[in-house]
Design a protein around this ligand. Structure first.
Ligand code: ADP
Ligand code: ADP
Length: 238
């Protein structure tokens, strides 16, 4: 479903590769947590999958299509199949829960401008449904700036699910939340994962969360894979 071949990234001005020679294959139904210290390459890895970052070498294939060689227009199409959630939520503070979720229609470039337009009743109904799925129906008309951190990430998840993606990506989606809230968010992610038969690939700091929720853990260190296997076998990154 998702195949990564010999992927290497070096940022301009960087002395080391951010990622070096990564080879991985992911299948539908996996719940993958990527672990690694700050700077290990986790974020770069996620950004290569959805084409936000171009690799210097190697490639990412999504259902047989090479993401790394796509034009921006092709990427917009492919990103509808890849929901993404972020550490700092990337919501529009003064807009409501419903409006923020509807920006999921526009991939990752949600702006106020996108919202001057008309959504079909079907689109609005679909948004209402995903808002219900994440447990925010009572907050549907509130501005997201008034929500708690956990509620904001629920909005982020609903927005990511709006387009019925096949892949859900997360770049440290719980790193700014407390442990209890993080646990709730992962429980929700697991539920959505199971219900929609997703492939889920998420960066996390917290080893315990990965152990509890992942079906597979990948650990990165200095841009290289140092572990790839089942959570029961994972010890620590030295
Ligand atoms: P992680 O998500 O695990 O913290 P990153 O993928 O953000 O790791 O970073 C991997 C390496 O690439 C680090 O050494 C980081 O400093 C470097 N890096 C990340 N983004 C950039 C950038 N835009 N320009 C230059 N170096 C970067
Ligand atoms: P979480 O759900 O992530 O545990 P909290 O409920 O502890 O988050 O709240 C996180 C932040 O959001 C706090 O700074 C809190 O002041 C703010 N906050 C929570 N609920 C409201 C609200 N109803 N109106 C305004 N700010 C709120």
């Amino acid at each position: 479903m998702l195949e990564i071949k010999n992927l290497s990234v070096r940022y301009r001005g960087g002395h080391e590769n951010a990622l070096s020679g990564i080879n991985l294959t992911f299948e539908k139904g996996e719940f993958v947590c990527i672990l690694g210290k700050s700077g290990a390459g986790k974020s770069t890895f996620i950004r290569c999958i959805n084409g936000l970052q171009k690799p210097n070498q190697g490639q990412v294939s999504w259902n047989g299509e090479s993401v790394s060689n796509m034009t921006e227009k092709q990427l917009l199409k492919i990103r509808r199949e890849m929901g993404m959630i972020f550490q700092h939520f990337n919501l529009i503070p003064r807009l409501s829960v419903l409006q923020n979720v509807l920006t999921g229609m526009f991939g990752y470039r949600s702006t106020y401008k996108n919202l001057i337009g008309w959504f079909s009743p079907e689109e609005v109904n679909r948004a209402k449904q995903v808002i219900e799925d994440v447990g925010l129906t009572e907050q549907i008309g509130r501005r997201v700036e008034h929500l708690s951190g956990g509620q904001k990430q629920r909005v982020g998840i609903a927005r990511a699910l709006l387009q019925q993606p096949k892949l859900l990506l997360g770049d440290e989606p719980v790193s700014s939340l407390d442990p209890g809230t993080s646990n709730h968010i992962f429980t929700l992610l697991q539920e959505m994962h199971n219900r929609h038969q997703l492939l889920t690939v998420i960066n996390v700091h917290d080893v315990d969360l990965a152990r509890r929720f992942a079906t597979r853990i990948i650990a990165l260190k200095d841009g290289k894979i140092v572990f790839d296997g089942s959570p029961e076998l994972f010890n620590e990154i030295e």
